[in-house]
Design a protein around this ligand. Structure first.
Ligand code: COA
Length: 190
């Protein structure tokens, strides 16, 4: 049996997704500075293993940042403010984060100056909507440190429900799951 991680066969890249205030699109060369900012920021990486050295990022990042299926750059008024990614967990994470081997995992990273305006929620909801259209009924998982208040609040707002708590990477982690069907049921019940 192959140990390969199967990437969900979704059409990629999709046409840019437009929300009320944002555009979600594939990464481009002009996003490079904001991507470096994202990974070098102590605030953004407080619960993600800490920031990376800016000069190393400058050296290592290609002129055109990597384009990966499922990686959306979030743009506000023509400039990148964050990323939302739906990815397959890697082999190390799979046993911890996934309920089974195949679930897509949601991740979100926004520049601190864009926090507190609802942009992350707006962008993530659009990505989940896109995924629900592409892979109807398929669940999405998410893991974040329980100490990450903003990350936890956003997960709850998006409709993720708790699967388990677990210890990993030196901290307590929360794992949640979302599916379009469960999300529609709970909205209908409100
Ligand atoms: C996690 C993260 C994306 C959350 O960002 P955020 O801006 O707090 O999230 P939201 O988009 O849900 O915005 C919520 C806030 O916007 C406020 N807001 C203002 N205008 C709003 C609007 N028009 N609509 C909705 N909310 C609005 C809300 O009241 C809320 O404020 P509060 O934080 O004071 O409660 C951000 O903190 C981040 O990038 N953290 C670092 C990366 C990380 O830890 N990721 C998690 C691991 S995957």
């Amino acid at each position: 049996m192959s140990d390969e991680i199967t990437v969900h066969p979704v059409a990629w890249p999709p046409a840019p997704i437009r929300t009320e205030r944002l555009v979600l699109r594939e990464s481009e060369a002009r996003d490079r500075a904001a991507i470096i900012e994202l990974f070098a920021s102590p605030e953004v990486n407080a619960y993600l293993g800490g920031p990376q050295a800016r000069d190393e990022l400058e050296r290592a990042l290609p002129e055109t940042p990597e384009k990966r299926p499922g990686l959306f750059v979030v743009e506000l008024d023509g400039a990148m403010i964050g990323t939302v990614e739906l990815k397959q967990p890697d082999a190390e994470q799979r046993s911890q984060v996934s309920r089974d081997a195949g679930e897509a995992e949601l991740g979100y990273l926004f520049l601190p100056q864009a926090w507190g305006r609802g942009y992350a929620a707006e962008a993530c909801a659009a990505v989940l909507g896109w995924f629900a259209d592409a892979r109807p009924g398929e669940p999405v998982v998410l893991a974040t440190q329980t100490a990450n208040d903003r990350g936890m609040r956003l997960a709850a707002k998006l409709g993720f429900t708790e699967v388990k708590l677990f210890e990993a990477w030196g901290a307590e982690q929360w794992m949640g799951v979302w599916s379009s069907e469960a999300s529609a049921r709970s909205s209908a019940a409100l």
